[in-house]
Design a protein around this ligand. Structure first.
Ligand code: MRU
Length: 358
């Protein structure tokens, strides 16, 4: 994700084209950013938040909002971007921060120069500064997650397997990722991790994205179909499972890419520790438990013709939730930028996450 600061548009890698092509997508309007998020050109909870924040910066220039006061255009853009995807809470967290900047600007709170709500250049500068802070915070949280995760997995034997699901790497964040930040940090520490990558039906984020980014970085990995995970777990090839998260409830229940719950059950059966790596911005402490997390339902065609080829008869009934919820009892630890939480209860989680939530 690159900043619209100088160019007036947002540049993203179009992840729907990977691994075949590395193509840039240029978003010039708020609607184009909404579309990029909706169609998963940019995806992964933290990256969605960062992209949306930059998307808000486009609002004061966007012809769609020309009739509005620039501050009203920011709020309208936030309302609209909030409808792009419902599950990753990082989206709403980032939009709230952008709204706050607009509100302060309108009240003249940032600087005397902001006394006039129509001071468009000052508002634009404040928005871009905030979006860049959000991106920078994400880079720092990724690095901290990597360090805490590598400390936690210190006893993993050299060359041990780590199994992951979906893509929780650099492509999903502004930094090194969450689950994969742990892998990269282990590699930096000379542990030579081997990553088992679930292909991740139906949109193959594991096969298309995780293997691609691991290979770019020279990390050993093996791609498996999701249905093969129980075999590699049973055969003792995996020392730990580490996934990302889209939203974590106050009790430690985790919403992540559909299939994560099944993987946690399999890991539990085979006595393999199951960890979730996520920044504090992925916690939603207002929700007591995971059953309250809104789960996105995606089009049937993603199952019946996900990569363009028909793989099921036309008209077949489908159920296509993009995420599932893994209960806290199946999770050995939450690896956050504020430390690893290995006792998953409301008090411990709140003490780690709520204390300095920013
Ligand atoms: O539908 P996606 O590809 O946005 O789903 C992404 C995931 O489920 C990731 O595991 C999660 O967002 C964490 S990314 C650091």
């Amino acid at each position: 994700v690159s900043s619209p600061a100088d160019t007036g548009h947002l540049v993203l890698i179009d992840q729907t084209r990977l691994p075949g092509e590395v193509m840039e997508l240029r978003c010039r309007t708020v609607q184009e950013v909404w579309q990029a998020i909706r169609q998963l050109s940019v995806r992964g909870a933290p990256a969605i938040g960062v992209a949306a924040a930059y998307g808000v910066c486009l609002a004061p220039h966007d012809p769609q909002y020309q009739e509005m006061d620039p501050i009203a255009s920011v709020h309208a853009a936030c309302d609209y971007l909030a409808t792009s995807r419902p599950t990753a809470v990082n989206l709403f967290w980032a939009l709230d921060r952008m709204r706050e900047v607009a509100a302060q600007t309108g009240a003249g709170g940032l600087d005397a120069a902001f006394a006039l709500p129509a001071d468009r250049p000052a508002l634009c500068r404040a928005l871009i500064d905030e979006a860049q802070r959000i991106a920078q915070l994400d880079r720092e949280t990724c690095a901290a997650i990597g360090r805490h995760g590598a400390d936690l997995l210190v006893d993993l034997p050299v060359g041990a397997g780590i199994l992951t699901h979906c893509n929780a790497g650099a492509l999903a964040t502004a930094g090194d990722g969450t689950a994969l930040a742990v892998v990269y940090e282990l590699a930096r520490r000379g542990k030579r991790p081997h990553v088992w990558v679930d292909e991740t039906r139906p949109l193959l984020q594991g096969a298309r994205l995780t293997t691609w980014e691991l290979m770019q970085r020279g990390i050993d990995c093996t791609l498996i179909c999701d249905s093969m995970a129980p075999l590699v777990l049973r055969d003792g090839r995996v020392g730990a499972v580490v996934t990302g998260a889209d939203r974590i409830a106050a009790n430690g229940d985790v919403a992540n890419k559909v299939g994560t719950y099944g993987l946690a059950v399999q890991a539990d059966v085979h006595g393999v520790p199951f960890y979730v790596a996520a920044p504090h911005t992925t916690f939603d402490l207002h929700l007591p438990e995971g059953s309250q997390i809104p789960i996105e339902m995606r089009p049937d065609a993603e199952i019946t013709a996900g990569m363009g080829t028909m793989t099921a008869p036309a008209g077949v009934a489908c159920l296509n939730p993009a995420f599932d919820v893994t209960p806290a009892r199946l999770i050995r630890g939450l690896i956050t930028d504020r430390g690893a939480i290995t006792t998953l209860d409301q008090g411990t989680i709140a003490a780690t996450i709520a204390a300095e939530r920013g």
